[in-house]
Write a protein that binds this ligand. Structure first.
Ligand code: NAD
Length: 364
């Protein structure tokens, strides 16, 4: 590990960080395969530049495991199998394990018969949703994912100051040769993990990301978490404010649809209301997989989409130094850079991981 330009940012080589996280989850009670999968996905989020869904989550995941909110060694169970559609229950297993199983099933069926819809409920936190869209596009498939977080009201609907939605992410992946497109975002103005990252001293939030009960907007993570020490776990139930939904009434409407499709339609539950204190969270997802090869439009799709995308990206930029990008390009560029240079972690994030490791007897 080396220390980067400022004394409170550590630069850690990707493989070193991955093996540290793998050791922590093995020590916490996961099989080596499952610990490896969790480590790979968390590191993958950091490599993509989404530190909010990377190793910053390690202390919280271990804490959830200790409290029985997330379970090691689970398999997704089939609740309904309609051939072209499947309902799966994740049994509160690790999201990385359960989502990988759900995606594998959707991909296998769409490759066999052209499309498949997978309704997943009760998965532990599945992390960066774009990772699952990337798996599907590597298999030649379009995928669309409406996701919610059951038991995690954090986001104020348009026009409100109280929490009603989860950060309910939405993702689409398109398998265009040489230029795959992956759109993947939380329907909140910032993902909750970005509030965590800011609270540990990482990148600060936009000034209007949060809203206090009196209606004033804020970038202060205390609005969401209440009081906390530098390396304490962040408790979303601790504060009395909310994250704001993105895109005014339109983003708020998309968040509502994610809740209703991923939470209500799958049967896994919406963000709230909570009938007591928070007891961990689960992700629900409604995922649609489409095979352009089966639809018979693959050649047109690839040609028209490519021509159109080239035209879109050739639009004259407002700032000549900032070219117009396609969704997925920032993540791909960040992955290349961080694999070469290492992953920057705020000292408090690294301190919290170190503390978690030491408590499990893992020497870093
Ligand atoms: P974000 O605001 O950084 O937006 C990311 C999206 O915008 C990507 O598709 C990216 O390629 C695109 N993008 C970014 N800059 C761009 C530019 N200049 N031009 C064109 N496109 C650009 O993401 P976010 O809302 O902070 O979400 C972060 C992550 O959090 C996502 O991976 C999401 O899946 C994840 N998340 C997961 C959960 C969960 O419960 N599992 C909940 C919320 C969010």
């Amino acid at each position: 590990m080396s220390t980067a330009g400022t004394s409170d940012i550590h630069l850690i080589a990707a493989d070193e960080l991955e093996s540290t996280v793998r050791e922590i989850f093995t020590a916490a009670g996961c099989s080596t395969d499952e610990a490896g999968l969790i480590a790979r996905e968390l590191l993958g989020a950091n490599l993509a530049g989404h530190d909010s869904h990377g190793v910053v989550r390690v202390p919280l995941y271990v804490d959830w495991m200790r409290q029985g909110y997330v379970l090691a060694g689970q398999e997704a169970q089939v609740v309904t199998d309609g051939g072209a559609f499947v309902v799966l229950d994740g049994n509160r297993g690790f999201g990385q394990t359960i989502a990988a199983q759900a995606v594998a099933l959707g991909v296998e069926r769409a490759q066999a018969s052209g499309s498949c819809i997978v309704a997943l409920r009760n998965a532990g936190h599945i992390g960066r949703v774009g990772a699952y869209a990337e798996t599907a596009l590597a298999a030649g498939l379009i995928s669309i994912h409406f996701v919610n977080v059951a038991g995690s009201p954090l986001v104020a609907p348009f026009g409100a100051v109280e929490r009603r939605f989860s950060t309910a992410p939405f993702a689409v992946g398109l398998p265009l040769p040489e230029r795959p497109v992956v759109l993947d975002f939380a329907t909140s103005l910032v993902a909750e993990g970005k509030v965590q990252v800011a609270s540990y001293g990482g990148r600060q939030l936009p000034a209007d990301a949060l809203i206090a009960p009196d209606g004033t907007t804020s970038s202060d993570p205390h609005v969401l978490y209440g009081d906390y020490g530098p390396t304490d776990l962040r408790q979303p139930g601790g504060g009395d404010g909310a994250i704001r939904a993105f895109g005014d009434h339109k983003g708020s409407g998309l968040a509502l649809m994610c809740e209703l499709l991923a939470g209500a339609f799958t049967g896994g539950g919406c963000a709230g209301p909570l009938d007591g204190p928070r007891k961990g969270i689960t992700n629900g997802a409604l995922s649609i997989y489409l095979s352009p090869a089966h639809f018979g439009t693959q050649a047109e799709f690839e040609r028209i989409a490519r021509e159109y995308l080239d035209w879109v990206l050739a639009a004259r930029p407002a700032d000549p130094a900032a070219p117009v990008l396609a969704p997925g390009e920032p993540e791909a560029a960040m992955r290349t850079a961080r694999l070469a240079e290492g992953v920057p972690l705020p000292a408090n994030t690294w301190g919290a991981i170190r503390r978690t490791a030491e408590a499990l007897g893992v020497t870093l």
